[in-house]
Design a protein around this ligand. Structure first.
Ligand code: MTE
Ligand code: MO
Length: 530
C-alpha cells in the first residue's frame, strides 16, 4: 500500500511539475505576443527563433525542406519550435520542483535565446526587438517560481482538500494558482491577437479599397493558340491562388498601402527620391505576361508560374533618379532591393535598364497583388530568377556594385548573377501513370525568358527525337505550351523532353543541382502502359 501511494505521489508530483513548466512557457509566449504587437509584430519569439533558424539553415537543408514540406515548410518549422519548447518546459518544470531557482532561471535563459535570435535577424530595428522575448521570459520565470513553490513538497504526500502541506500549498491552492495564471496568460494572448489583428485589418482594407488604374501600355492580347486544349497541362496564365510561393517570411508582411514608401538612393543617384504608393499609381503603367521561376525549382518541379503583371517601368524611375547603366558609364552595376522584412536582392543594373519589362508591380492577374505575392509593390524582372530580382513587399532600392555588397542568398552561397536557364517540363502524363495503349497526348510547358522557345522535342526510351506541336508564341518572356501525340505501346517507357531557345541553343542534358545558379538537365517521366 505504502509503495503504491508513494508511486502515485511521485507521478502526481511529476505531473504538477510538467504542468507548471508548460504553463510557464504558455504564459511567456502569451505575454511576449502583445509586447511584440506594440514593439514590432515580427519580433515575437516564435517568429524570431524560426527566422533565425531559416537564416542559419544551410542551403542543402533548405532544399530538403522545400522538397519535402513544399509550401508547408514554415508551418512545420513553427510547429517544431513549439514542440521543442514544450519538451524543454516540461523538463524545466519537473526540475524546478527540486531546484526552484535554477528551474526558473532556465526559463529566463530561454528568454535570452529568444532575445539573441531577435537581435540577429536582418530585419531587426534595434534593441527594442529583444523586449518581447525578455518580457515573456520574466513572466514565465515568475509563473514557474510561484507554481513550483506551490507544488507538493517532495517526501510529503500531496495534501488533500484544504489541508496545507509541510512546505507546499494545498492541492486546491495549487490548482487555483494554475487556473489564475492560465486565465491571465489567455487574456494576454487575446490582447496580442487584437493588436496584430488591427494592423492586419488596416492592410486588408487598404488592399480591398484599391482600384487599379488602366495600363498606359496594355499587355498584347494572348493569341488564342497559346492555350492548348489538353487535360492536365499547366494553364498559360496561372491563377493567383495556384501561383507558387517561395519566401522566408514566417508572418506574411501586412503593409498598409497609404503608409508604404519606396526610397531610391545610392551610387550614381543624382536625384534621390522617396515615392508614395499614390505617386506610383499616377504614372504610366505597363501590363505584361511574364513567367516567374525560382532557382530552387528542380528539373520538372512546380516553382514556375505565369501571371499578367501591372506595374511601373523600373528603368524610367532609375533614369529620373539620374542612374545610368554601366554600358553608358554608370558607376553602379548592382541594384539592391530591400523588403519591409529586410530581405535583400541584387540584380544587374544593366539587365534592369536594357529595355526589358523590368517593373515595380502593383497588380497581378487584374487585381492588386495578393499579400502572399508582395502587396503593395514587388519587383519583377523578366529573365532573372526570383531570388535575384523579384523582391516582394519592396521598400528600398539602393544602387551599388557587386564588389561592395552581397545580398541575402549570395551570402548563403547562391550565385551573384542568375539568368533563367532553358527548361521543358512534362505536365502530363504524370510520373508512374498507367495510360492505355493507343494515342496518349504528352504535353507540358517550356520556358527560356528573354530568349523564348522555338522548338520542343520528345523522345520515348532511346528512340529518335520527335518535334512537339508548339502553342502560339506569346512573347519571349512567357512559357510556351507544347504537346505530342504518342502511339503508346504496352510496357514501361521513359518519356524525355528538351527545348530549344530563340538563340538556337538546345537545352543542355548536363544535370546540375539547384545551388548555386539553377537546375539543368532534361525532364523525364516513367510510365507503364498496361
Ligand atoms: N521579401 C521577399 N521577397 C521575395 C522572397 C523572399 O523570401 N522575401 N523570395 C523570392 C524568391 S526566391 C522567389 S522565387 C520569388 C517567388 O515569388 P512568389 O512567391 O510570388 O511566387 O519571390 C522572391 N521575393
Ligand atoms: Mo526562388
Amino acid at each position: 500500500m505504502r509503495r503504491v501511494s508513494s508511486l502515485r505521489n511521485t507521478l502526481s508530483r511529476a505531473a504538477q511539475g510538467a504542468l507548471a513548466g508548460l504553463l510557464a512557457a504558455f504564459t511567456a509566449l502569451a505575454v511576449a505576443e502583445p509586447v511584440a504587437g506594440l514593439v514590432r509584430p515580427a519580433s515575437g519569439p516564435v517568429t524570431v527563433v524560426g527566422g533565425a533558424v531559416i537564416d542559419r539553415t544551410p542551403a542543402a537543408v533548405k532544399e530538403f525542406a522545400i522538397r519535402n514540406f513544399g509550401e508547408n515548410d514554415k508551418a512545420v518549422l513553427q510547429l517544431g519550435i513549439l514542440v521543442l519548447l514544450s519538451v524543454i518546459a516540461v523538463v524545466l518544470g519537473m526540475f524546478s520542483l527540486r531546484h526552484r531557482r535554477s528551474g526558473a532561471a532556465g526559463v529566463l535563459l530561454l528568454g535570452f535565446v529568444g532575445a539573441a535570435a531577435a537581435l540577429s535577424r536582418p530585419d531587426s530595428t534595434g534593441t527594442g526587438d529583444a523586449l518581447p522575448s525578455l518580457a515573456g521570459a520574466v513572466a514565465g520565470t515568475l509563473t514557474l517560481y510561484v507554481l513550483a513553490s506551490g507544488a507538493a513538497p517532495s517526501g510529503a504526500p500531496a495534501s488533500e482538500g484544504g489541508e496545507t502541506g509541510a512546505s507546499g500549498w494545498s492541492r486546491r491552492g495549487f490548482l487555483t494558482a494554475v487556473g489564475v495564471s492560465a486565465v491571465a496568460a489567455a487574456s494576454a494572448r487575446a490582447v496580442g491577437c487584437f493588436l496584430s489583428g488591427r494592423q492586419g485589418q488596416g492592410a486588408v482594407a487598404s488592399r480591398e479599397g484599391l482600384v487599379l488604374p488602366e495600363p498606359a501600355s496594355p499587355a498584347p492580347a494572348v493569341p488564342a493558340g497559346a492555350w492548348l486544349n489538353v487535360p492536365g497541362i499547366s494553364p498559360f496564365t496561372t491563377p493567383s491562388r495556384d501561383f507558387y510561393r517561395v519566401d522566408t517570411a514566417l508572418d506574411v508582411p501586412e503593409v498598409v498601402a497609404s503608409t508604404w514608401r519606396l526610397r531610391i538612393h545610392g551610387k550614381g543617384v543624382t536625384r534621390p527620391r522617396t515615392y508614395t504608393f499614390q505617386q506610383l499609381l499616377v504614372r504610366p503603367l505597363i501590363e505584361r505576361d511574364i513567367t516567374l521561376t525560382c532557382v530552387s525549382n528542380e528539373v520538372g518541379g512546380p516553382y514556375a508560374g505565369t501571371a499578367r503583371w501591372l506595374g511601373v517601368p523600373l528603368a524610367d524611375l532609375l533614369r529620373e533618379a539620374g542612374v545610368r547603366p554601366p554600358s553608358q558609364g554608370g558607376g553602379a552595376d548592382q541594384l539592391v532591393a530591400r523588403s519591409v522584412d529586410a530581405m535583400t536582392f541584387g540584380s544587374p543594373v544593366e539587365d534592369v535598364m536594357d529595355g526589358r519589362d523590368a517593373m515595380l508591380a502593383v497588380g497581378m492577374n487584374g487585381e492588386p497583388l495578393p499579400f502572399d505575392h508582395g502587396f503593395p509593390v514587388r519587383m519583377i524582372v523578366p529573365g532573372l530568377y526570383g531570388y535575384v530580382s523579384a523582391c516582394k513587399w519592396i521598400t528600398d532600392i539602393e544602387l551599388t556594385t557587386f564588389d561592395a555588397y552581397d545580398p541575402y542568398w549570395v551570402k548563403r552561397n547562391w550565385a551573384r548573377r542568375a539568368p533563367v536557364k532553358t527548361q521543358a517540363r512534362i505536365d502530363t502524363p504524370r510520373p508512374f501513370a498507367r495510360p492505355s495503349a493507343g494515342t496518349v497526348t504528352i504535353a507540358g510547358v517550356a520556358w527560356a525568358q528573354r530568349r523564348g522557345i522555338t522548338r520542343v522535342e520528345v523522345r520515348i526510351d532511346d528512340g529518335p527525337w520527335h518535334d512537339a506541336d508548339l502553342a502560339a508564341h506569346a512573347g519571349v518572356d512567357t512559357w510556351r505550351q507544347w504537346s505530342w501525340p504518342w502511339q503508346a505501346t504496352p510496357g514501361g517507357h521513359d518519356i524525355t523532353v528538351r527545348a530549344t531557345d530563340g538563340t538556337g541553343q538546345v537545352q543542355t542534358e548536363q544535370r546540375a543541382r539547384t545551388i548555386p545558379d539553377g537546375a539543368s538537365g532534361w525532364h523525364s517521366v516513367f510510365v507503364t502502359v498496361p
